[in-house]
Design a protein around this ligand. Structure first.
Ligand code: PMP
Length: 296
């Protein structure tokens, strides 16, 4: 399929309370967010007409903005409604949903008190983050040279645009080297996450995943933990160091876009997507499609 730039598509984008034609959903070059990174966003998926964890995403959008010292002019319920309305307007029932909130062009300086806060929501068809064949076999991860920052250095609990600078750099390096994505350590040298997804490992039938104390505690991560516990699989959240990677048998990443994607390689370590990864991939698919209820 030919690549169509994101600013040259048909449809409608919700902007500050109204639908505008897709190609007209613009902001001025002096937008504060463009210069100073004052932007937060969400990534969600609609499955068969239902956005999975919609309210949790809308709550996180508002919380991320608060961590960047701005308040959204819309309530969680209004953002929920706008996300649904945008999918409906676009005639999509299975799609990716991208709300973004940012400071506008009313003031260009580090100080941003006079800026207005804008919110936009765009939705589009996006079947799989990784191509389906790669996803089935497991993806290959390269070690990133960039590290997740100390929470004293950046608002690490926010899904903030500025925190993705090192993700893009890491992902570019990985792609140049023929890998699908990169695995980042944190400022202490502990295993943290991929560039847009959390990570899990399997050892002796139990799941091990890093404690999210300097990166997003992803909604998919939280769902995967619940799914595992419902299956009676032990889940251990703890500090994981790179020298442990040879002791794990399976590995997968989790994210709203990536869903649950098995990992086949991290640097010199090889993993085989096994029974636990498969079970959780299937349970997640059933859950997001409304074919499974979580008791926990
Ligand atoms: N970490 C990063 C850096 C991400 O971009 C994402 C995707 N939002 C995640 C983790 C996973 O978050 P979630 O499961 O809520 O999508």
């Amino acid at each position: 399929m030919a690549f169509v730039p994101f600013d040259d598509r048909d449809g409608w984008i919700w902007m500050d309370g109204d639908f505008v034609p897709w190609r007209d959903a613009k902001t001025h070059v002096l937008t504060h967010a463009l210069h100073y990174g004052s932007s937060v966003f969400e990534g969600e998926r609609m499955y068969d007409g239902e956005i999975f964890k919609l309210t949790e995403h809308s709550e996180r959008l508002r919380r991320s903005a608060e961590l960047l010292d701005f308040e959204l002019p819309y309530s969680v319920a209004e953002i929920d409604a706008a996300c649904k309305a945008t999918c409906e307007r676009m005639g999509l029932r299975d799609c990716y949903v991208r709300p973004v909130a940012y400071r506008g062009p009313e003031q260009v300086s580090v100080s941003a008190g006079k800026t207005k806060v804008h919110v936009a929501i765009a939705v589009w068809d996006w079947p799989s983050y990784f191509d389906p064949e790669t996803k089935a076999k497991g993806i290959r991860l390269e070690w990133a040279k960039w590290r997740r920052p100390d929470p004293m250095t950046a608002p690490t609990a926010a899904k903030a645009a500025g925190l993705y600078m090192i993700c893009t750099l890491s992902k570019h390096a990985a792609e140049r080297d023929g890998y699908a994505d990169a695995l980042m350590l944190d400022y202490r040298g502990q295993v943290a996450e991929a560039t847009g997804a959390n990570i899990f490992f399997v050892r002796d039938g139990a799941l091990h995943t890093p404690t999210p104390d300097c990166f997003l505690n992803g909604l998919t991560r939280q769902t995967a933990i619940k799914l595992a516990r419902e299956r009676g699989i032990e889940v251990i959240e703890r500090a994981i160091f790179p020298d442990e990677l040879s002791t794990f048998s399976e590995c997968f990443i989790t994210g709203s876009a990536a869903e649950i994607t098995p990992v086949a390689e991290i640097g010199e370590h090889v993993y085989k997507p096994g029974q636990i990864s498969e079970t959780l991939v299937n349970d997640y698919t059933a859950l997001v499609n409304g074919q499974l209820e979580l008791a926990l």
